[in-house]
Design a binder for this molecule. Structure first.
Ligand SMILES: [Mn+2]
Length: 455
């Protein structure tokens, strides 16, 4: 039995209720609470990410790491360090009581001196992770390969001008896709952090688009060949680290997939802070992906309205997330996706327990957003008003316009005088009031229900 890395949290984080005194207890999140006929845990499918939470020392471009992560000490023996990291991560997952985690190959396994040795190390660590998963019951929401940290990927992976780097990236994705399958992972994610350009002066856009499409087709083909039944997901982000990234936002990804006949193979993993970097609300990204039939999963976090970079903070706004959760639940909810906490502590959050406080607050925010979304769906008024707005399209004229007609026939009908449109109110403020009503009524209800349960 290894010593606890988080000794201040001795047991599973409990539900304490909205007015509970324990700062290390959930105020809203109750896995077994039934919402719209389904357990909260099954709606939200929450995952902890290993990269920011266990593989990042709290460094920034101006300073070194500030966190207490002994396994990241460069003097540590690499395999012992890799195991110490997994010990701490699985202790955290169990104490937090979350059903899923996500990781990149390089988060868990150090690179060896040759490709063959790197593969051997990864294999050994994947077996170790498999044992920990069966011991704890924690599952893998998705796996992914890090195609952006190593200097070889400075000019991209699939879109690199050097075909040898494309080949290495392809071998790396094959190995991590197979590892994800071995661990029963439910999705595989590709984030193209360096699939883009720094300067158009040295970039052949058309060629790089073809390379990316070819790479994704190879991955999809391999998925079918090995019988991996998880979903393939692309994660849009407009820039950072690269000046411009090709998977800019959900709409750009949808267009790319359709141009290359890949729309049946890939969906999107949408991140809140990536939406805001693209100049969109998260609500916009979710609604766009759902409308385009490519919604898959969510990376939960948030940016800071005062700056323009990817701060990856823990979610704290029920107002922002409620609308996104409303769209997701209204569309039938997650299938293989979930809420992955792709979130970073602030650099000054140096106590080990800060990682618990951060996740507890973020998870409660997501749980409260689910309650608001459920309230909006149960109330039905939002949906009714939207349906009413388009009711004309269900009538004879609407059906004719979308069916058998042409511009001559339409113009003739307008000239005939039986068409006399009257603009009507979009009722935006009335509808916005409905959203606030749901938020406020859930506040009141959560207080009483949680108080009663905790009491
Ligand atoms: Mn992410």
């Amino acid at each position: 039995m290894v010593d606890a890395f988080f000794p201040d949290v001795t047991d599973r984080v409990p539900f304490g209720g909205l007015h509970g005194a324990d700062p290390l207890a959930f105020r809203v999140y109750e896995p077994d609470r039934v919402v719209l006929g389904k357990r909260m845990e099954d709606h939200l499918r929450i995952a902890v990410c290993l990269w920011h939470s266990f593989n990042w020392p709290g460094s920034d471009v101006f300073g070194v790491g500030t966190f207490d992560r002994p396994w990241l000490n460069p003097a540590a023996e690499p395999m012992a360090a890799a195991r110490a990291k997994l010990d701490a991560a699985f202790e955290f997952l169990q104490k937090l009581g979350m059903p899923y985690f996500c990781f990149h190959d390089r988060d868990v396994a150090p690179e060896g001196n040759s490709w063959r040795e790197t593969q051997r190390i990864l294999d050994e660590i994947i077996d170790d992770i498999g044992r920990r998963m069966s011991d704890t019951g924690v599952k893998l929401l998705w796996g992914t390969a890090n195609l952006f940290s190593h200097p070889r990927y400075a000019a991209g992976a699939a879109t690199n001008p050097d075909p040898e780097i494309f080949a290495v990236a392809a071998a790396q994705v094959k190995s991590m896709l197979e590892a994800t399958q071995r661990l029963g992972g439910e999705n595989y994610v590709l984030w193209g952090g360096r699939e883009g350009y720094e300067s158009l002066l040295n970039t052949d856009l058309a060629r790089e688009e073809q390379q990316l499409a070819r790479f994704l087709a190879l991955v999809a083909e391999h998925k079918h060949r090995i019988g991996f039944d998880g979903m393939l997901l692309l994660e849009p982000k407009p820039q950072e680290p690269t000046k411009h990234q090709y998977d800019y936002d959900a709409a750009t990804v949808l267009g790319f997939l359709q141009r290359h006949d890949l729309a049946g193979e890939y969906r999107v993993n949408l991140e809140v802070n990536h939406a805001t970097l693209a100049g969109h609300s998260f609500h916009h990204e979710i609604a766009t992906a759902i409308a385009g039939g490519i919604f898959g999963s969510v990376d939960a976090n948030r940016g800071d309205p005062q700056n323009g970079w990817d701060t990856d903070q823990f979610p704290g706004s029920v107002e922002e997330l409620s609308l996104a959760v409303y769209e997701i639940v209204q569309a039938g909810g997650f299938t293989s996706g979930g809420f992955n906490f792709d979130t970073k502590l602030r650099r000054q959050s140096m106590d080990r327990t800060d990682l618990f406080h951060a996740h507890i607050g973020g998870i409660d925010t997501v749980a409260r957003s689910l309650l608001v979304a459920a309230r909006l769906i149960e109330d039905g008024e939002l949906k009714r008003l939207r349906n009413e707005r388009y009711a004309g399209w269900n009538g004879e004229l609407g059906r004719t316009l979308l069916g058998e007609t042409d511009l001559d026939a339409i113009a003739e009908r307008v000239l005939g005088g039986d068409i006399d449109p009257r603009p009507v109110s979009g009722r935006q403020e009335r509808i916005e009031n409905l959203v606030n009503k749901a938020i406020w009524s859930v506040d009141a209800e959560t207080a009483s229900v949680a108080g009663a349960r905790a009491g």
